[in-house]
Design a protein around this ligand. Sequence first.
Ligand SMILES: *Cc1c(COP(=O)(O)O)cnc(C)c1O
Length: 421
Amino acid sequence: MGKTTTSEKLAIHGGTPVRTVPLPSGGHGVAEIGPEEEQAVLRVLREKRVFRYSEQSETAQLEQAYAQFTGQKYALAVNSGTSALICGLAGLNIGPGDEVILPGYTYIASAAAVIAVGAVPVIAEIDNSLTIDPADVRRKITPYTKAIMPVHMRGTPCRMDQILAIAREYKLAIIEDTAQADGGRYHGRRLAGLGEVGCFSFQASKTITAGEGGIVVMSDRQIYERALSAHDSAFGFWKPGETVEPIPGEGFRISEVSGAIALAQFGRLDSILRRLHAAKYRIIPQIRDLAGIELQDVPDEEGDASVCVMFFAPTAEKARAYADAIKAEGIACGTMYNKEIPDRHIYPNWEYVLAKRGRTPKWSPWHPSVYKGNVQYSKDMCPNTLGYLGRTIHIGINQRFTEADCDDVAHAVIKVVRALN
Ligand SMILES: *Cc1c(COP(=O)(O)O)cnc(C)c1O
């Protein structure tokens, strides 16, 4: 720390790189897989308990843990994050004719889930938090709007105070997509616990994982019952004790093997989060006032799930120059939006959404027989979103970063920005 001078020659210009050993990287939960997960799988196999509806169900324990953790009354584990979103939307009674507002920067699955229930995704801008812009949400509300889907992207808690206020004002439901921010908080409350519904993914790249899997949390009994039915076409047969009005369902049941792995991983979440947060917030103060960049505005730094550091360069061209030079210093890093890279996290690459393409011409949320609104899509419909993402530099954080690793990241950023600004 503090050893950077303006005279340091950049690696990209033939100078000595800040480091030559790559930083730890990759999935967080994946890297922590150990004896607990192995035991969980062996236990389930040896006891031949591969179905989740059994006496000693570990999936049921996972559900209890997530309900308590998020402060919601109920949780339903499913086979993916996408399934969690679909069940949450079905639980909220959202379907054909309805609109759901979501950000133009999220994994395409958020929009796909809305389409899967027959509803229309309405794409809103992000702001300098790189999460949904409350002012644009307000502009996108129509008589058909039923819900807002804030997505806590890259660990960042959305501006929930403003989003909740809009939802109250217009009587809209909130379904939080927390797939990328498991364990994050907003003003002390756990993400996924602020809205009517919250959804998580246990896919391999998420903070904790079961390979595949997901979970949806909610407090309203009716939402829960509809989600139960939606996740399993025969739900009533497995749990005859539950008085659930059957609605047509999918095949979204989670395997007990996955449930048991996810439960073991849940035991690691706190420690992963603590290490991620400590690493990120060792770097942030070192670069916060650096001239030539502006940090992403994280609406609650305390609650940041801290999977990356993101900051803005003054222009997209400068962002690419910074990123190339930081990479040359031995720090893995990239820009966020590039027309040549079809990143499925950015709306211009959501091909079937922009084309309003259903599975068949009549099986389409945009079919005039069901949809009376007039949502319009185009590749340049959210200029702020593309503007922010074009200027963003992203550096992944890993829970195995040492303090020296963190200081190398800060050092490389300072060295490059001072030289190229
Ligand atoms: C991963 C992800 C999903 C989907 O989760 P799957 O388990 O892959 O279905 C949804 N939304 C976001 C923001 C994600 O990152």
